[in-house]
Design a protein around this ligand. Structure first.
Ligand code: ATP
Length: 234
């Protein structure tokens, strides 16, 4: 569904190349690389539709030709930058997930509300709905962020370090949930992560930004030691 051909990734200089890569629905993909190697840059480039060269296509359509709203219906990014606002309740924040589907009034339809309600149930968020988004714990904020991404109902979900700051059981819970979402709702879920052992355990595919070659390569199965050598050169 998401295909890269001869792409260079980087802002003002090339950080690495993606010669050829095709990601499919149902896959739970980990993106691994050293600090500053360009994991967030790839996610940002996808959301913004900015690739200096090469070709990225989704379901056969050239990604850079899609309008902003068309891209918003295809892809969602959950990052760790949102720390909440005192005035924004969890329920209101989740409703923003339907924003790209509403008309100019911004009002949700009954159908939109059903979608929001569905993911509130799946992620067990009932007890948090009236709480201010600025008061959530890291684990709660992560679950709320994932719910908002699901509410957007895009076939591609990108999460930048979704397990950062979480305790051990919550990391397991989030990884298992993301794998389930990919498989059961037929979406492609990609995470950037430094939790390499969790990625090996839970993800169906590992993408490594290789330190020596500066090439992004895909692995279906890889050991901890092989991964460390390829990603960090040690
Ligand atoms: N807007 C920007 N303009 C120019 N350079 C940028 C910009 N954003 C990031 N960079 C640079 O691009 C490189 C890759 O950064 P990026 O955040 O993608 O790495 P990362 O792999 O996600 O790192 P980490 O694991 O530390 O989060 C870094 O050298 C960074 O300084």
């Amino acid at each position: 569904m998401l295909k890269f051909e001869n792409c260079s990734i980087g802002h003002d200089r090339t950080l690495y190349e993606i010669p050829e890569l095709e990601l499919r629905r149902g896959e739970f993909v980990a993106l691994i690389g050293a600090n500053g190697s360009g994991k967030s840059t790839l996610m940002d480039s996808l959301v913004q539709g900015k690739f200096p060269d090469g070709k990225v296509s989704i379901e056969g359509r050239n990604w850079i030709d899609l309008k902003l709203m068309e891209r918003a219906h295809q892809i969602t990014l959950v990052d760790n930058h949102f720390l909440g606002f005192d005035y924004l309740k969890v329920s209101e924040y989740l409703e923003l997930g339907r924003h790209s589907y509403t008309n100019f009034t911004g009002r949700l339809t009954a159908e939109d509300r059903l979608v929001v309600q569905k993911y509130i149930q799946i992620l067990h968020l009932d007890s948090l709905l009236g709480q201010s988004t600025s008061t959530l714990s890291d684990g709660e904020r992560q679950r709320v962020g994932i719910a908002k991404a699901l509410i957007q109902e895009t076939p591609i979900i990108l999460l930048d370090e979704p397990t950062a700051f979480l305790d051990y059981p919550t990391k397991r819970e989030v990884m298992s949930l993301l794998g389930q979402i990919a498989a059961e709702s037929n979406r492609m879920v990609m995470i950037a992560s430094h939790d390499i052992d969790f990625c090996i355990e839970y993800c169906s595919r590992i993408l490594i930004i290789e330190k020596d070659s500066k090439i992004l390569r895909s692995y279906q199965a890889i050991t901890h030691d092989e991964l460390v050598t390829k990603a960090f050169g040690i």
